[in-house]
Design a protein around this ligand. Structure first.
Ligand SMILES: Cc1cc2nc3c(=O)[nH]c(=O)nc-3n(C[C@H](O)[C@H](O)[C@H](O)COP(=O)(O)O)c2cc1C
Length: 398
């Protein structure tokens, strides 16, 4: 049984090391890469004659590659060639096209969120049709978008018309980040907290497009919320002045009634999966019937550090260690642990500088950099599940 859970694409976060670490905690959620732009993929591949970072760790299964692009001057042919490079060189089970990124970079390239604008949709659908024609026999295809675009396109009718277009391309999986994307005047980071989430709109889309796999994304932080959302929820909006500001409630045609019998197909989790990956310790048994890994933190970190030793020259120590920063979120002495990690990375940088300048410095393996820090936390010999239960007990005590 495949998992209804997936981990969102997050630039500089859902890197290859992160994905390797995550798989030691949980086997089943689909993992998305960071967004790779088609330009970057195409140019770097042709310049360097290959892209080592596309080659997924051989034992990390179920990874979806997210590509951004297909706008402005870029031809459909070039975009498809980038998709082909990704699929030929990487081990991806899904190709996802970004239609929700509000960054100014994406806007200047007429991709990301701009694909959702009424004036951008026809060109976007041409790209999707070609992608579907060429690649649907090789991999699953999906689109990730927002529920609307401020200020031009913030109503249910607009969203329905966009999804109708995507549907006409043949693509049958859509991930909806359930808040409006804002073009201009707001940073990408802020646009992940405002405007508010409007979950019922996602369920409405499922109701209208039953043959499309609909995945809800945005603000989900625990399995209680996942269960609630998978179970079907009330068609009631999260009322706030910002909904009125960024599109009126009437625009979403929400009735406050329960939407029966058409549960969404899955939930995508972003920031929580990075900031506290330990929550996924029982995701396999809970959502797929598989057995949980039940590894101890010592096993996970030792296996991880061993693997990173292979990659450290290519991707650098900082990138290798970055995903370890958050693994002990909520755990006793987490603050001291994080301070220790920062200190050890700085120490390593100084030693490396000395060596690079021809002097004498200490050469440390990834494990040696981290060893002192692991000894700071008090859960290394517990399984992830045991350590999570300890957090819960401590929470109850305080
Ligand atoms: C650091 C960071 C980088 C992100 N990069 C991407 C990206 O490359 N592609 C994308 O579609 N969304 C990106 N997002 C948005 C997430 O995929 C997700 O839609 C958003 O964080 C909402 O989910 P959450 O509330 O569970 O975090 C990024 C989010 C963060 C925090």
């Amino acid at each position: 049984m495949s998992s209804p859970l997936s981990i969102a694409p997050m630039i500089q976060w859902t890197t290859s090391p992160y994905r390797y670490l995550f798989r030691l905690i949980s086997q089943s959620p689909l993992l998305y890469t960071e967004m790779i732009t088609s330009h970057h993929l195409f140019n770097r591949y042709n310049r360097d004659g290959g892209l080592p970072w596309l080659e997924e760790e051989e034992d990390v299964e179920d990874v979806a590659c997210q590509i951004g692009g297909g706008g402005g001057e870029e031809s459909i042919e070039n975009f498809c060639e980038s998709c082909d490079i990704a699929l030929t060189n990487g081990r991806y089970t899904e190709l996802n096209i970004n239609s929700g990124c509000p960054s100014s970079k994406a806007q200047n390239s007429f991709c990301g969120l701009k694909h959702m604008l009424p004036e951008g949709r026809d060109d976007f659908v041409k790209i999707l049709k070609e992608v579907d024609r060429r690649f649907s026999c090789r991999t699953k295809l999906s689109v990730k978008c927002r529920i609307g675009v401020y200020p031009n396109s913030t109503s249910l009718s607009n969203l329905l018309s966009y999804v109708t277009k995507v549907h006409s391309s043949g693509i049958r999986k859509i991930i909806l980040h359930s808040r409006i994307g804002v073009l201009g005047g707001m940073s990408t980071a802020n646009n992940r907290t405002v405007p508010p989430l409007v979950y019922p709109v996602v369920e409405r889309i499922k109701k209208e497009f039953k043959d499309v796999e609909i995945i809800l994304n945005g603000g989900v932080r625990d399995f209680e919320s996942v269960d609630y959302l998978l179970d079907g929820f009330y068609d009631s909006p999260l009322i706030s002045s910002e909904v009125e500001k960024y599109g009126s409630l009437n625009d979403w045609e929400l009735t406050g009634e329960r939407v029966e019998g058409i549960p969404i197909d899955g939930v995508m989790i972003g920031r929580k999966a990075y900031n506290d990956p330990g929550i996924f310790w029982n995701a396999d048994s809970k959502y797929t019937g598989l057995k949980d890994n039940n590894y101890t933190w010592r096993h996970i970190t030792t296996t991880y550090c061993e693997r990173m030793e292979k990659n450290v020259d290519r991707i650098g120590l900082v990138e290798c260690i970055k995903p370890l920063h958050n693994v002990f979120a909520g755990q006793g002495r987490n603050k001291e642990y994080k301070r220790c990690v920062d200190g050890r990375v700085n120490f390593w940088k100084k030693e490396k500088k000395r060596i690079d300048n021809g002097g004498v410095g200490q050469v440390l393996t990834v494990q040696e950099v981290m060893d002192e820090c692991f000894e700071v936390v008090d859960c290394m010999d517990m399984t992830v599940g045991e350590s999570r239960k300890m957090i819960l007990t401590n929470d109850l005590k305080t």
